[in-house]
Design a protein around this ligand. Sequence first.
Ligand SMILES: Cc1cc2nc3c(=O)[nH]c(=O)nc-3n(C[C@H](O)[C@H](O)[C@H](O)COP(=O)(O)O)c2cc1C
Length: 215
Amino acid sequence: MTGATQIAVVSAGLSDPSSTRLLADRILQAVTKDLAGRGTETSSRVFELRDFAHDITNSVLTGFAPKPLAEMNDFVAGADAVVVVSPIFSTSYSGLFKSWVDALDRDALAGMPVLLAATAGTPRHSLAIDYAMRPLFTYLHAEPVSTGVFASSDDWGESADRVAPLQQRIDRAARELADRMTEAERAVPADPFSPESYLGENGSFADLLANPPVR
Ligand SMILES: Cc1cc2nc3c(=O)[nH]c(=O)nc-3n(C[C@H](O)[C@H](O)[C@H](O)COP(=O)(O)O)c2cc1C
């Protein structure tokens, strides 16, 4: 384990090669470069959900995550920021992506800076990040940055006259994520079962017995 800032990248592409993975790599490169420019050293891991598809299914069926999935989810929950990229299927995130979210601990992403991104066949579904992915991550109490990166098939060609080329959108979202990561420590939700939560930071059991909480 290094002291470097940790970034988890989750790609839900199903194809091989996958445009979703390609976008995930481009975003990670931009975030890493931006943070390096601020003097912040990073380490990262990229996970392809297709490698965990059976584990994810088993986890939602049984309520227990097999070890490889549990390890991935632990890395994601312990990261300083998460990049999630889903292909758009039938106008929304893919079923595998949603099942992975269902297999995550409910508080795993609370307070987590998240960059939302998606690939699709048509630019007509470019709002899917905002009407599908963003509400999902809001529900999880994550903190998605305001720029989502959407890439449809047309975006991958080099076209000089495009109004907002893909790389510009990636760089902007990467900057927002880096801003969020460097501005403050993440507020980790309090463990309701820790002694501090019912004794107070400097409290003792003797204090608790002398002054029991009034409910
Ligand atoms: C079952 C299925 C449904 C799809 N639905 C949509 C859709 O509603 N809108 C869209 O723009 N593209 C849709 N696509 C295209 C994919 O979003 C697009 O090809 C994606 O980039 C594939 O990612 P990958 O290369 O990482 O697998 C669909 C593809 C599949 C296989």
